[in-house]
Design a protein around this ligand. Sequence first.
Ligand code: MN
Length: 250
Amino acid sequence: MIDLFRRALILGAGALWAAPAAKGLISTAAYADEIDYGARLAYPYAVPALPYAYDAMEPSIDAMTMQLHHDKHHGAYVGNLNAALKDQPDLQALTLPELLGQLDKVPEAIRTVVRNNAGGHANHTVFWQILGGKGGAPDGDLAAAIDRDFGSLAKLQGDFNAAALKVFGSGWAMVLVDADGKLTLVSRPNQDSPLLEGKRVLFGNDVWEHAYYLKYQNRRADYLAAWWGVLHWPRIAARYAAARAGALTV
Ligand code: MN
């Protein structure tokens, strides 16, 4: 069931994702549809299709890691979340941000399962979106916000990597964005999503070992350095614009 839905998304998304590249220019508006999962982020949940091939980020992120990470790890979060909500019609009616934002309403027996797996679904949905690019630097409003809130892109990259290195065990480093466009660097353990606090992620890096161990083994710093080279700044800029418009779903 999930596989069929995912294939339908791949087929549907193919044309959509091909359109901006065909125009040969980068604009935030061109990516607005790509970052809006809207109604798809509801029960029964499904893993969104990658907007690029598994090997698109070789050699920075290898194809085997991408396939396992997307299909198996993210797939498990989605499967576990759907199973936990199977007999919970009230919770099924919530969107993913609503579910994570009202975790106190989730029965205690499934609260931790929902926290971990709904969080994993939200975190990875963003993660696939912001990858698949050529790195470099953003421009426009997002570049100005980075300079304003972090000093420079180089300073942000240094601070971000330091925060990601400090995550003990599994977790994330993330840049959050509020409705005023203010950016904040944070880290989170496990699959804790900022949606738990009603906050939105602009972009984040997964420092669970499953994200890098096949290629980098214990060399997390090397993975962090390579990761900046495959960021997709146009989609991140579209997320920034959506956040400022109050339209960023996850
Ligand atoms: Mn992961």
